[in-house]
Design a protein. Structure first.
Lengths: 500, 112
């Protein structure tokens, strides 16, 4: 008996138990969801501990050996992603109690919440391409429904826009899977890596890779395809915005891109410099364009949505740099941005819950009245801007160090200069909502909401102080998992018999 | 070869509908076309001319079967397509109730 399938089996089972609970005992649903998310968090911590000893754990679905059946391949990068997902799911579930209480059909919300969790967990641990598509669609369909959860005119419009873009991405991914299968006659990622080494970098190889990059760019909202995100993420309920911006776009867009490019297609900076320069270009375009657009936003959550598009660019930048520091920086940035942006969206939920508006020009003077929310916002922003010793600083530092080590000194300067944009748009919220003279009528944030925000603040500070341990035990092994390239295949086939 | 091209043409027709049509229902139909095109492509990839359906009825049968995996994938893809299409139509219906129109040009509360 191994623990790996539990990562998606537990939330899937929970998703189907919640409707039953909704009929017989409504009041225990929230406790149930919180316990399940806490169990996932503990399980993820255990998984991280196990990967310190075993670099790769393979679970065979139905006991079919790797090239034939579906496998779950759990390595350091999967462990890292699963841990970040479970942190945000846990914080979001605590926050949901009071935020969701004024919606009808709460059990539907929690069912979708567990389904989206199962989908993201599944993507992170699967070792099979088609299985990845199925989990991707589970997560994506749940997110479309969650964006429309308020069923107001704006929510529905945002959801439809998101659905059209998201499905074009999903179907492009499916088409590229079909083409890859036609060429390689396998769906197992490890086996496919071996076959693609034989195929080599033919035009077909680049066509399929280009289609996948297009699909994941839509899912991760890189700049030419970002238009859905600033509509969809603000329309969702705040805990969902936090989950979508914090980790969803990174699992569906960044993790999948990184896993396929490094481990399956076997590319690295040495054998495909042009491709990695394209990644850097995509990253820079996102950072600059979305950052500048964010400066002119008046809606609290919409501004944060543009900010997410901009910040995700840094992750792509780190991957594009492609050396150890760059990739480790990108992975660290996933953690830092998940905590930071997750927290900022939770503060937006707290403000909306207290005042009923998201327009920052109509809000004023909440800094004293809602001090927990205000200080959470400040610490989250400082982490995103990159102030030591908060966690965001070390992520940005690693990416810039990577750029310098790779000889892109101009890139390091541009990346630092573009951080000013982050400072600019976050100060706009700070000045308007929390610092401005005057006083919007507001109730205090409920206790559970404050607990959720404080939980993330504590993590931002603690992980920043203990950055050396994070790099040694979490980020470093995850970066090495990517940088080992097609060695991934040998590890998967070599660890089939390993049990513990 | 020509039959593979027809898949791509079907895909492009669907994409054309999604990009240019202003009616929400026609956009959903565009997605259905794309899904058909991909499912057809999957079935064609598994097809081998003159070979049997992959059902073993006797032990000493000659091993000349078409590839069964794409067929299994198509079944899964059809179920997913069903889910997305149903959700899309539900949202379209709700949008119609709010805005009283299917025209995408008139559904513009969000901008910026």
């Amino acid at each position: 008996m191994t623990f790996i399938p539990l990562f998606f089996a537990i939330p899937l089972a929970a998703a189907f138990i919640i409707p039953i609970l909704g009929k017989i005992a409504k009041s225990v649903i929230w406790i149930f969801v919180t316990l399940v998310s806490f169990a996932l968090f503990v399980l993820a911590l255990y998984g991280t501990a196990v990967t310190q000893q075993f670099p790769m754990i393979v679970y065979k679905m139905g006991n079919w050996p790797p090239p034939l059946g579906i496998v779950m391949a759990f390595d350091s990068l999967s462990a890292f992603m699963v841990l970040v997902i479970s942190i945000l799911v846990f914080a979001g579930s605590i926050f949901s109690l009071r935020y969701i209480s004024h919606y009808t059909g709460q059990w539907k919300f929690y069912t979708l919440y567990m389904l989206i969790t199962a989908g993201m967990m599944g993507i992170s641990i699967t070792g099979d391409l088609f299985n990845m598509f199925v989990f991707l669609e589970i997560a994506a369909i749940s997110s479309y429904a969650l964006v429309a959860f308020g069923v107001g005119a704006e929510e529905l419009e945002a959801s439809f826009k998101y659905m059209v873009m998201g499905e074009v991405g999903g179907l492009t991914f499916l088409l590229s899977i079909a083409l890859l299968y036609a060429k390689t006659s396998t769906l197992n990622l490890a086996d496919m890596a071996n076959v693609l080494q034989v195929v080599g970098q033919t035009p077909f190889f680049w066509l399929v890779l280009g289609m996948m990059l297009l699909a994941f760019s839509i899912k991760a909202a890189f700049v030419p395809f970002h238009s859905w995100l600033p509509d969809a993420h603000p329309a969702a309920p705040a805990p969902i915005s936090s989950l979508l911006s914090g980790i969803f776009i990174k699992v569906l867009g960044m993790y999948t891109t990184a896993r396929l490019v490094f481990n399956v297609f076997g590319l690295n900076r040495a054998n495909a410099p042009v491709f990695f320069n394209v990644l850097i270009g995509i990253g820079l375009l996102s950072i600059a364009f979305a950052g500048i657009t964010a400066l002119s936003q008046k809606d609290y959550k919409r501004l944060l949505g543009y900010s997410s598009v901009s910040q995700v660019g840094y992750i792509m930048l780190g991957l594009g740099i492609g050396n150890y520091y760059g990739v480790a920086g990108a992975i660290f940035y996933i953690l830092a941005h998940a905590l930071g942006k997750g927290l900022l969206f939770l503060t937006s939920g707290s403000v909306v819950n207290a005042t009923g508006t998201r327009d920052i020009t109509k809000l004023a003077g909440l800094g004293e009245h809602m001090s927990t929310t205000a200080w959470s916002f400040r610490l989250g922003s400082l982490s995103l801007i990159g102030l030591p010793p908060l966690v965001g600083f070390f992520a940005k530092y690693l990416i810039i160090l990577g750029a310098l080590k790779a000889g892109f000194w101009w890139l390091a300067i541009v990346a630092i200069a573009l951080s000013v944009l982050t400072l600019g748009y976050l100060l706009k919220i700070e000045n308007n909502v929390f610092m401005k003279k005057g006083r919007t009528k507001a109730s205090k944030a409920p206790f559970t909401m404050r607990i959720a925000m404080v939980f993330l603040v504590v993590l931002i500070v603690l992980l920043g102080i203990g950055f050396q341990q994070i790099i040694d035990f979490l980020v470093g092994p995850a970066a090495n998992a990517l940088l080992r390239g097609v060695e991934y295949a040998n590890l998967v086939f070599g660890s089939v018999g390993v049990s513990f | 070869m020509i039959i593979f091209l027809s898949c791509i043409i079907l895909f492009l027709i669907g994409l054309y509908a999604i990009v240019t049509k202003r009616n929400l229902i026609k956009i959903v139909i565009g997605f259905a076309l794309i899904e058909y095109a991909i499912n057809l492509l999957f079935a064609l990839i598994g097809f081998r001319s003159g070979m049997l359906a992959p059902i073993i009825t006797k032990v000493d049968m000659p091993h000349k079967f078409v590839d069964p995996i794409p067929q299994a994938l198509v079944l899964t893809a059809i179920v997913i397509a069903l889910g997305t299409t149903a959700l899309m139509l539900t949202v379209v219906l709700r949008i119609y109730n709010r805005y009283k129109t299917f025209d995408i040009a008139e559904i513009r509360k969000l901008k910026g």
